[in-house]
Design a protein around this ligand. Structure first.
Ligand code: TLP
Length: 344
């Protein structure tokens, strides 16, 4: 039986031999006490790379968002975001349950909210209203299919927020995909945000870990929130060592994932041009619309699994396919053959 082709997410990659070696060799200490040299070095390295004062290593992207939003707000504050924001839909309601925040989702265009929408949404400071504390943007945007948040728009939002004493958070779980696709350094987007988080465990290919980068003050509060959420880890240098390899080696190969996603989209467009927006594939995700085939994602997903291709079959007619380091170009040929058979 050949290996499965796993298109469920870029989170599924296994650590490389180089990561395993780095993990085995990592110098460690108790990170809750600030003693882990591998974590400390990674936090400094990431902060420098993103142009921020400090970094905080956290176990997941979800915790990165919570720590960031929590450090920038008080319970009862409002967060303005795109209606498809990841933390709104896919993080177990943590922003409400743990932070007590009010969400103000705006209808973005492909995940992109603009400065005029933001300006109109910021509350005037009346006692009746929640305080608009943060505007959050997502780059690349997951539910919009890996869309890149235009840098000009991020700058315009940052300006509007700066004038109104509102903070900006960037959920940059896949920010380095945006860098790889555009050649724009990740720090340019980070410069538009007061806090930002990115994941080592997505396209960069590490097994575990995310990073929050911000000011010293926000990171100090973030450490407390991380502890409160149960994310204070001890000899976590064993994980940070793999994350370091991911950041140093993972970015340069993301272009391959993007080329593979486009190849997949082009192959699918041959089956039904209206089922996929080929030009909309900017990074490593393809959204396949199964409606033209009269099919639903759960049953198509089951049929693909029987063909050795893994996808997530959430209810509905849309199916997300994600490329990553552990999917080669020939794996994609196999996946396309399977999709052709299943959708015939
Ligand atoms: N996204 C996961 C799933 O939760 C859907 C995926 O497979 O894409 N921000 C963004 C934009 C994300 O896409 C994700 C994960 C997170 C935050 C949360 O990261 P984790 O899973 O590490 O908590």
């Amino acid at each position: 039986m050949p290996e499965l082709v796993d298109l469920r997410s870029d989170t599924v990659t296994r650590p490389t031999p180089e990561m395993r070696r780095a993990m085995a060799d990592a110098e460690v200490g108790d990170d809750v006490l600030g003693d882990d040299p591998t974590v400390n070095a990674l936090q400094d390295y990431a902060a420098e790379l993103l142009g921020k004062e400090a970094g905080l290593f956290v176990p997941t992207g979800s915790m990165g968002n919570q720590v960031s939003l929590g450090a920038l707000t008080r319970p009862g504050d409002e967060v303005v975001c795109d209606a498809g924001a990841h933390f709104l839909h896919y993080e177990g309601g943590s922003v409400a349950a743990h932070l007590g925040l009010v969400m103000r989702p705006l209808p973005g265009s492909n995940g992109v909210i603009d400065a005029a929408q933001v300006a109109a949404a910021v509350r005037p400071g009346n006692d009746h209203n929640p305080r608009t504390a943060v505007v959050a943007i997502e780059n690349t945007h997951n539910s919009a299919g890996g869309k890149i948040f235009p840098l000009d728009e991020a700058r315009a939002i940052s300006k509007v927020c700066g004038e109104r004493d509102v903070k900006v958070h960037l959920d940059g779980a896949r920010l380095f995909n945006a860098q790889a696709a555009t050649g724009i350094p990740a720090r340019e987007w980070a410069s538009c945000a007061d806090s930002m988080s990115f994941c080592f465990s997505k396209g960069l290919g590490a097994p575990i870990g995310s990073m929050v980068c911000s000011s010293q003050e926000v990171i100090k509060e973030g450490r407390r929130l991380r502890k409160r959420l149960g994310g204070g880890m001890r000899q976590v240098g064993v994980i940070a060592a793999a994350a370091r390899v991911a950041l140093e080696r993972g970015v340069e190969r993301l272009g391959e994932d993007h080329a593979n996603a486009r190849k997949l989209a082009e192959g699918l467009a041959q089956l039904a041009p209206e089922a996929v927006d080929v030009d909309g594939v900017e990074t490593n995700m393809v959204y396949l619309n199964l409606a033209p085939f009269g099919r639903q994602a759960p049953e198509v997903s089951d049929a693909l699994r029987a063909e050795g291709v893994l996808t997530i079959g959430f209810p509905g007619a849309a199916m997300r396919l994600v490329t990553h380091r552990d999917v080669s170009s020939s794996d994609l040929d196999r996946a396309l053959d399977a999709l052709r058979r299943v959708l015939a």
